[in-house]
Design a protein around this ligand. Sequence first.
Ligand code: PEP
Ligand code: MG
Length: 750
Amino acid sequence: MSEQQNPIKTDSRQMLGRLRGVMAEDSAGQTRLDTITKLIAEEMHSEVCSVYLFRDEETLELCATEGLKAESVHQTRMKMGEGLVGLVARKGQRINTPDAPSERGFRFMPETGEEIYSSFLGVPIQRLGEKLGVLVVQTKDARQFAEEEVDALEVVAMVLAEMAELGAFIGEGAALSARHTQPVLVRGATGQEGAAEGHVWLHEPRVVVTNPIAEDPHREFERLREAVEELRVGVDKMLAGARGGGKEQLDVLEAYRMFANSKGWMSRMEQDIGRGLSAEAAVEKEQSTARARMQQVTDAYLRERLHDLDDLSNRLLRILTGQGLETGAEMPPDPVLIARNIGPAELLDYGRSLKAIVLEEGSVGSHAAIVARALAIPLIIHASRITTEALNGDHIMVDGDQGVAHLRPDDTVVAAFRDKIAMQAQAQERYTSIREKPATSLDGQTIALAMNAGLMADLPSLDSSGAEGVGLFRTELQFLVRNQMPRRSELSALYARVLDAAQGKRVVFRTLDIGSDKVLPYMKPNDEPNPALGWRAIRVGLDKPGIMRMQLQALLRAANGRPLTVMFPFVAQFEEYRAARVEMDKALARERALGHALPSSLEIGAMLETPSLAFAPDKFFDEVDFLSIGGNDLKQFFFAADRENERVRRRYDTLNVSFLTFLEGIVKRCNTSGTALSFCGEDAGRPVEAVCLAAIGLRSLSMRPASIGPVKSLLRRVDLGVVKALIEAAAQEGQQSVRPAVVEYLRNLN
Ligand code: PEP
Ligand code: MG
């Protein structure tokens, strides 16, 4: 082979030096690309060099070539995964073969005249996990490119990616259009419903590398070493500060330290600097490789670690470029927050100023999602590539109902979206007009509608929504958004403010519901195989009564002579309720002994979230002051389908006849014993579901404040007797769900 007889030397520094010259020239994008392909072909001693860029998410277009037929430029296209070029793009990995036509996946493109070329080396042009294109060299010789040549081409591809990001190739044609200017439809999943329009505000502004090529590698080595040293010191400081904190946080910091001291990481970056990259470009190249791997890795632990590496690279880049989180950019008046992920405390800092939130990661049950829901801000999760696509100030429209965001939308999308928002505003007006009216159905049944809350910020909704009270106050949010356990005095002051704001309306305080999806950052997490079935809520409260006692005392003091309602979560058997009540009795006795005012009335209820409690002895139903069905948990246990698992969580309909029959059984038992019953899971806020729950006899529903209007409006237009008959008929006919029949009935309402 020619390579062994006569080794070909590729000097990547020389090649990058020439590339820099091209960058500095004031020429059009296409001219630049043409010059670059020529230059690379020369330096790589290959007959062909071609640049393929993505025209849209799925299609690559030949944008410049030295060696292939000129007329195929902007004509030849391939899909992701198609041919060797498409394969390089899909896998984000190089292909190096002396005999391309015999390679699996090879596809011959006759219009390019490539049939005479044998060897093929293709490397992805990608930046921070974003695929931009493919760089290819080909020769007639059946030549296997040496490792050193492949490295050189990868370094060049990295520089091309940076150049593309900086807009160096802008020109005619979709593939050469300016980046970050095209409309993009980003698909994700619903975290919180609602539609909003605004402008992008990046939680972590992107680091821009303006100098990917450096002349003096020694200086770059020095810069890198100094920056890594600063990083290490920073990580050690964070570690020292975090001792005694949560295990999860320590794990992350330990991983940071491991990477910051990793010889492999450092030496790969040094090698790239040796090949001509600047220190920041070398860091970014490593980061891009890690991101590409992240997209392929399914193992959760490994993914976490790759994430850690990614975060660390960001820190290093900020040190090197001096670009902090403060860019001087001003937050737009209608900010739509874009982030990879965000913690609940940070989200609360932004507060209600946000129009919407779009996260690249996140999950429905994450703390951030809980806060977004509490603040009624539309939220999209799993929005892939949003942080790389969006720029500060970009126009964006967020459709939380569909789980999609329109970034830089074109006029037709803007018009359609505004119509949707206007329709929602009209509906809102309708809801406001019935705010003071009762939710009474055509056949005269009145349903009490209360709201769910968890933050002080929720309380103003009590008035605006027309809710009769707070049917569920999730106290864990106050614990989740802090870095340490709140003190009793803080809690009691907060609960008192909640009661003040409620102005005598009933507030049902649910005691701390932690464990499962809700892990306190400052409590040692338990390694449980099935956290949803594990040590959570009242189980933790009873086994470690310290926190529960503190919370009960805080509640009693907050009431300070006013009526108080407390509810225990996740009670699975009578005994747990009794034990919790004993705790309350002790707390009352203590307060009395201390001479504090006791509540003027005290109701103590339980959440029915496990099927077992529906079959508790009659005595339980007699003793408990009230019950509230936690439909989110109850449904997951009834169907054995994890509420957090995207694969299964929508598999079973709430309007499944078996589930409704089960719920009706609970209603009947409560009616017999005279136990007050409500429903406070998310389903209570979905109008069709709410109507069915009312039809089977539930007389009290608690939901997100924004749902009260739509639910009330529908309830006032239906005949619950008719709906009940439809449910019975569906059960008799052996239907799986009553949804089709009920939706049909609702459609025909005037
Ligand atoms: C429920 O399970 O339905 C409920 C209201 O509680 P959470 O969603 O907080 O678990
Ligand atoms: Mg629950």
